[in-house]
Write a protein that binds this ligand. Structure first.
Ligand code: ZN
Length: 292
């Protein structure tokens, strides 16, 4: 297992972690500057942040700082109600792939979607099995586009509390079942993003990490689970402030040969987004050394 205690060379910052400072949007290019100043070597930006900063401007700034990506957030949202929305999803995911290529991402992270319409507050139906079938079909189609571009897809299972509105793939086992069906050769084109916030509780976690193996482990996201958690989406904890046995899970992932970045991804409306962004980054570095 790698020693993270002496430096932060394997730390990546998911830029949602500092998307706001003191409650206001912090522009992506400024975030990249602040990361580079601190010797952070990798980031994982979100599409909306890249769109606001401009794709080419983002690519240039990454290059001028020598910053790598640990992933690109995100594609997915595959579920649909009619042929037009199905095509719109496919087109949008192709654009996400192209952006990921421009930014030299190692993978496009997929949040697969829940019941269509649920995220906007009104689910079109109650058929979660049907939604899951649409997800598999959507990933299968996108996999062809991804292979053409040599951009791997990383399915991120989300905690079951998001099954209705964000992702009906909720365990690593489910995600790997899709991988095995669509990419039985384990070609490297399809794998998973293991985000501790979503999977830490799973009694099958360690067995499924072993099943995933190096070829399927494309991204590793860290934060912590607070008790109590006061918001379903935006109350993630800083590493060390919650109940996740982070080091034990990292050891399991590295045992399989994972040697990529450990990406800090914290959505925190009430705490970390209220602070100065530089302070949040400094604490990410310190906690990454001490608790990851
Ligand atoms: Zn994540």
């Amino acid at each position: 297992m790698r020693d993270f205690s002496q430096d932060h060379r394997w730390l990546s910052i998911n830029t949602a972690t500092v998307r706001k400072q003191r409650g206001e949007d912090w522009p992506l290019l400024d975030i990249l500057d602040a990361c580079a100043t601190r010797g952070i070597r990798a980031v994982s930006p979100w599409r909306d942040q890249v769109a606001a900063a401009g794709l080419q401007a983002t690519a240039q700034r990454l290059k001028s700082h020598g910053l790598e990506l640990s992933g690109y957030c995100r594609g997915g949202m595959f579920t649909y109600t009619d042929a037009a929305s199905r095509q719109a999803v496919r087109d949008d995911n192709k654009r996400a792939l192209d952006e990921a290529c421009t930014l030299n991402a190692p993978c496009l992270v997929l949040v697969v979607g829940g019941l269509p319409g649920a995220l906007a507050g009104k689910a079109a139906h109650r058929d979660i099995a049907g939604a899951r079938a649409q997800v598999s079909e959507g990933i299968a189609a996108l996999l062809d586009d991804a292979r053409e571009r040599r951009m791997p897809l990383a399915i991120e299972p989300l905690h079951p509390m998001y099954a209705a509105d964000r992702a009906c793939i909720n365990t690593l086992e489910q995600a790997l079942d899709v991988c095995d069906t669509l990419d039985p050769a384990r070609s490297g084109a399809l794998g998973v993003a293991v985000d501790l916030y979503h999977v830490w509780w799973d009694p099958k976690l360690h067995a499924q990490i072993e099943r995933a193996g190096k070829e399927r482990l494309l991204a590793f996201h860290v934060c912590d689970w607070l008790t109590p958690t006061t918001h379903l989406l935006e109350d993630r904890g800083m590493m060390g402030d919650g109940v996740i046995d982070i080091r034990r899970i990292r050891a399991a992932v590295e045992m399989q040969g994972f040697a990529g970045y450990s990406e800090v991804e914290i959505f925190s409306q009430g705490n970390w987004w209220q602070r100065d962004g530089g302070e949040t980054l400094d604490i990410c570095i310190e906690r990454h050394c001490r608790c990851v």
